[in-house]
Design a protein. Structure first.
Length: 189
């Protein structure tokens, strides 16, 4: 997997966390540097670790996955991308219930959000095992991009609100599907 694809994958996976960061910023009356760093570290950490876990799990099924790697990558990335698009559409319809938590930056809330937004990264890790990608480099790129996007997301959340977050998730879903198609096409040629 080339560097450009790794960077695009990082941005795709960061979109969920970015959208949640925007929402957190929008729902907070006061944003501190601590809020920004804890949000970015939590989301970046989970997004960086989950592909590694998925990669390890994917390697346990190497014989089966290797034979069908391009199908597995297309299927997993396609499903994740479609799921992100569906979630974005649902969130767009239900923007009234976005700010439900009083202490949006609590450790418990950020941890739950971090896990929820990184489940797709776990599945991507399985896909990365299928194509034998460099997991160390890829997971570091994903973590750094997610960290930067989330730090930025918290700040702009107060200004732009939910609409940008929904569009980011929609765009990320489309990009994940396109990356899956690219991997499929490259392995069939």
């Amino acid at each position: 997997m080339d560097l450009l694809t790794q960077i695009l994958l990082g941005f795709c996976l960061a979109t969920d966390a970015f959208a949640v960061s925007i929402t957190n910023g929008m729902c907070s009356k006061k944003i501190t540097a601590k809020n920004v760093y804890t949000t970015a570290l939590t989301f970046g950490g989970f997004q960086g670790i989950m592909p590694v876990i998925g990669y390890v799990l994917g390697n346990t099924f190497t014989d089966v996955i290797t034979r069908y790697q391009h199908y597995v990558a297309l299927f997993l990335l396609g499903i994740i991308g479609i799921n992100m698009i569906v979630e974005a559409i649902k969130e767009h319809r239900d923007t009234e219930n976005v700010c439900g938590t009083k202490n949006i930056f609590s450790a418990k809330n950020l941890t739950l959000q971090g896990i929820a937004t990184s489940i797709d990264a776990l599945a991507v890790g399985v896909s990365l095992a299928a194509i034998n990608a460099n997991i160390a480099t890829t997971s570091i790129i994903i973590a750094i991009i997610t960290f930067l996007c989330c730090a930025f997301g918290v700040y702009i959340g107060r200004k732009f609100g939910v609409l940008l977050g929904i569009r980011a998730k929609l765009g990320g879903g489309i990009l994940l599907i396109l990356i899956g198609v690219k991997i499929f096409v490259e392995s069939c040629i």
